[in-house]
Design a protein around this ligand. Structure first.
Ligand SMILES: [Zn+2]
Length: 134
């Protein structure tokens, strides 16, 4: 916090881990962290002020990179595939019913198929909360 005193939305990310409450046993860690950063993107109050952005897609990424890479993938799914998917995945994790098959049940495609579609057309309008600081 000393190095990044304006990074208020670390609380949004870490606070969401409390809300998640399903721990690391309900699903893969990349998913838990990706959802927490997706929530930071959606509900953060000053991502611009802390210079926090979702990184542009590059070929070497994977959805398993976690954090912001996975969060951008979730935002792509929200916009291009099916709105509400992140919330529904979170719901499955909470119920301890999440499996790899959950992706196909919710979207009609496996997570690998979704990622392949994302990699083909990753362009995405993004909108950040907050304001620039001097
Ligand atoms: Zn985290």
């Amino acid at each position: 916090m000393k190095a990044h005193p304006t990074d208020i939305d670390i609380v949004t990310h870490e606070g969401f881990h409390l809300v998640q409450g399903y721990g690391y046993s309900a699903g893969p860690v990349w998913l838990t962290e990706g959802i927490a950063d997706f929530i930071r993107y959606e509900y953060g109050v000053d991502n611009i002020g802390s210079k926090w952005y979702l990184p542009a897609f590059i070929e070497t990424q994977s959805y398993k990179n976690s954090y912001r890479v996975t969060a951008r993938f979730f935002e792509w799914i929200e916009q291009k595939v099916k709105p509400g998917t992140a919330v529904l995945i979170d719901k499955e994790l909470r119920a301890h019913t999440y499996t790899e098959a959950t992706w196909a049940t919710l979207t009609g495609k496996s997570v690998d198929e979704l990622w392949a579609d994302y990699a083909k057309n990753p362009e995405l309008p993004l909108k950040y909360s907050g304001k620039e600081r001097n």
